[in-house]
Design a protein around this ligand. Structure first.
Ligand code: NGQ
Ligand code: ZN
Length: 465
């Protein structure tokens, strides 16, 4: 791989999506620290100045704001007709059986493969919602942060930007229900949680952000939730806090029986939700709850392909959008790994729900693909607490090149090109990806993909035995 540049490099893009919209002939500087320098549109294309590289159409990289990396290895294994009640909850049983045997090496190999695939899919950053902490027997590893460190290593090997969330998962359901035996790998006591979180804060590599993820309102008590937020705020006042919420109807009704409130209302009442928060799914949030989230400036993390796969339901995106709510996208269980596909499915689920087209476009003539990409990139950057998601000076130099030579993009430029990339028939329209100033994907190949996929193949063959 090209390492970080030793001098400022200059790129010349025929088209680039800037905060001001689509611009032509854009000169982009990438500094040695992996951030953007000067960016100038309307540059003379016949310039005699030395340009390090000419690129066609570029957009900022996308943050994937929700991942359980190990689930990549079970994609496709839960697609047979089950008992008549086959649902999220039966899927979860299979998932729990699957993770029971995974070793630290397995977790790292699976995560590295996933991150390569995500980079090729346009994701330059990942937020790993990490809840696999203990060994298969339920004991802590000698290094309690072992599995978390494996995620850090996988991200380093792949070159993707990382925000690592230490998850807290202490009970099997509302009202302090006991953990199931298969959930023991997720458990951390408050002290263990504090130890791992503190260690990761102090030992994280440059550019890695560390946050917390109280798994869901059903998996932690209110006291534990408050203690975790307090500790975390002391360690890192601005770092992210994510939790799953209102994904399934049964979770909403259990929460109502427990507290007489819906989960998002409960969270808004009981916690000082602000811009650090990211609420994952929020599928069954009601319009009034969504307005409250929007007012706090929190992000909602939508995971369209996983939510469809699990039969979660359809998010009330139009109500949330009308309230000015922020959102980003994640691939969660990784049945999909393409940022373009996630945005297409997000919009399509709304079309199916409302019987209209271009539902999420905010105004007449506004390109739906452009709007979704920009909003999700900014929401993702906020949720990751990383300086990315926008092509502007000082931001992390995360870039995605859309291949004008792909037949699905022939003759297209600017907004029409991105709309064609999101909604057209092309499936591999991303040719090159830059993360923090380094090209990690060139001509559709990741710099370390052979070694990473060979290791992954071994793990998959062993798990299949
Ligand atoms: C997760 N997945 O954390 O992986 C969950 C299932 C649980 C989704 N919510 C595990 N989609 O809820 O305990
Ligand atoms: Zn999740």
């Amino acid at each position: 791989m090209e390492s970080s540049p030793s001098k400022t490099r200059t790129y010349f893009a025929r088209w680039a999506l800037l905060p001001t919209g689509w611009q032509r002939d854009v000169r982009i500087e990438v500094r040695t620290d992996g951030t953007f320098g000067h960016i100038q549109a309307g540059h003379d294309p016949a310039t005699t100045e030395t340009i390090d590289q000419r690129v066609g159409t570029v957009i900022c990289g996308m943050v994937n704001l929700h991942s359980h990396a190990f689930q990549r290895a079970m994609a496709g294994l839960t697609e047979r007709g089950g008992p008549s009640t086959d649902s999220f909850w039966t899927w979860r049983e299979v998932m729990y059986r699957f993770l029971a045997e995974l070793s630290p090496d397995d977790v790292e190999a699976i995560a590295a493969q996933l991150y390569v695939e995500l980079l090729k899919g346009g994701f330059t950053g990942i937020v790993e919602f990490h809840y696999l902490h203990r060994d298969p027997s339920g004991a802590l590893y000698q290094n309690p942060a072992e599995l978390a460190q494996r995620i850090v290593s996988a991200a380093e090997h792949s070159g993707i930007g990382l925000t690592l969330l230490v998850s807290l998962y202490q009970q099997g359901g509302f009202a302090a229900a006991a953990l199931q035996p298969r959930q023991q790998r997720f458990y951390l006591s408050d002290d263990e949680f504090a130890q791992i979180l503190t260690e990761l804060h102090h030992r994280r590599p440059p550019g890695v952000q560390v946050g917390i993820a109280p798994h869901s309102l059903r998996a932690v008590t209110p006291d534990a939730l408050h203690r975790a937020i307090t500790l975390h705020t002391q360690l890192a006042p601005r770092a992210p806090i994510h939790l799953h919420i209102a994904e399934q109807p049964a979770e909403v009704s259990d929460c109502q029986s427990w507290s007489q409130r819906r989960p998002m209302d409960w969270l808004m009442d009981e916690c000082s939700v602000d811009e650090r928060f990211c609420l994952i799914h929020a599928t069954h949030g009601q319009p009034a709850e969504l307005v409250r989230v929007a007012e706090r400036g929190a992000v909602i993390g939508l995971c369209p392909s996983t939510e469809a796969n699990l039969g979660d339901g359809i998010f009330a995106a139009t109500d949330y959008q009308a309230a000015g709510g922020r959102f980003g996208i994640g691939t969660d269980s990784h049945v999909g790994t393409s940022a373009l596909d996630e945005l297409r499915l997000l919009e399509y689920s709304q079309r199916l729900r409302h019987g209209r087209r271009n539902v999420l476009s905010p105004g007449e003539g506004v390109s739906t693909g452009t709007y979704l990409w920009q909003q999700a990139a900014q929401g993702g950057a906020q949720a990751a607490a990383q300086p990315t998601g926008v092509l502007q000076p000082g931001a992390r130099a995360d870039l995605v090149v859309l291949d004008e030579a792909d037949p699905s993009l022939y003759g297209r430029s600017g907004a029409a090109l991105l709309d064609s990339a999101v909604f057209g028939p092309g499936r591999q329209v991303i040719s090159d990806v830059m993360c923090a100033g380094r090209w990690v994907v060139r001509d559709r190949r990741h710099f370390a993909e052979d070694a990473i996929s060979a290791r992954f193949a071994e793990v998959m063959r062993r798990l299949a035995r």
